[in-house]
Ligand binder design. Sequence first.
Ligand code: MTE
Length: 317
Amino acid sequence: MRVRPRRARTFESSAEITPESTYLRRRELCRLLAAGPIAFALSCDRRATPDRPLSQVPADVLARFPPERSSRFIVDRPLTPSSVAATYNNYYEFTTDKERVAEVAAGFVTRPWRVEVSGLCARPQTFDVDALIRAMPMEERVYRFRCVEAWAMVVPWTGFPLAALLDRVEPNREARFVRFVSFPPRDDAPGMARQSHYPWPYHEALRLDEARHDLAMLATGIYGRPMPNQHGAPLRLVVPWKYGFKSIKGVQKIELTAERPRTFWNRLQPREYSFLANIDPDVPHPRWSQAKERMIDTGAEVPTRKYNGYDVAGLYS
Ligand code: MTE
């Protein structure tokens, strides 16, 4: 059974912002009623087929899913049902309403998709995402995932170590950070225009040693299938010991830098979202405790574990 949070925690601290869900629902309803019963029926049909974006994936790439599940990443909690994870998302490029991201993002076009890897490296390159999926060492890893808003899930990601991609471009000695940039404003991501006060595109960064850690992953799929739009198709970062906002979706650019890059939420609200953003039950968010987390499927509240239970303390000694 799916249990909804009693009180939603959100990134945006202002209470004065008009709830976008109200605005969107009213707007969509007016549009559909004006267009007549056929448009309304088609809209209902779209909601009933959340996997439609997968039709953009070439057949030989689809055939690479699911890859073998790694036995190195054992999680002592049950997997979150895919239907729950796929309908409770943060992806502000589409909407701030977690339960509507899947629906609003359903028409997002993710092919062709190129990823530029550049900056302080010997061999900067631009990769087609499907060529990358064909070439990289793909595996499935079951990870805990913890949002700064205190909700949590356990999901099987498909992907490859970020370090494997960095190796291909041969970072220089001066490189100390890795910057990730998502896609610029576009019509099929309507949340970007609606929230034009945000510094789009979404951007994040890691220290190079964090990026090289074996746990840091570029994910191309989830639950054994290519990445659905709402989870960050076609390529997203997964850094399981950090709060979820570090795990940037829709990655188009990866850049090696000497200086620490600015990052989306840290730039907007530095007191609430640190650059490192390592999961820590003893460091409360200014507006709520981080001591516990709520599983999005059962609603069970469980103690938060430092670094989400991952053995990464060596990075910060
Ligand atoms: N990436 C982009 N481009 N835009 C976003 O709004 N939200 C982040 C992260 N990556 C976000 C993003 C946040 S706050 C979280 S918790 C996770 O995505 C949610 O991932 P999920 O929806 O796949 O569970």
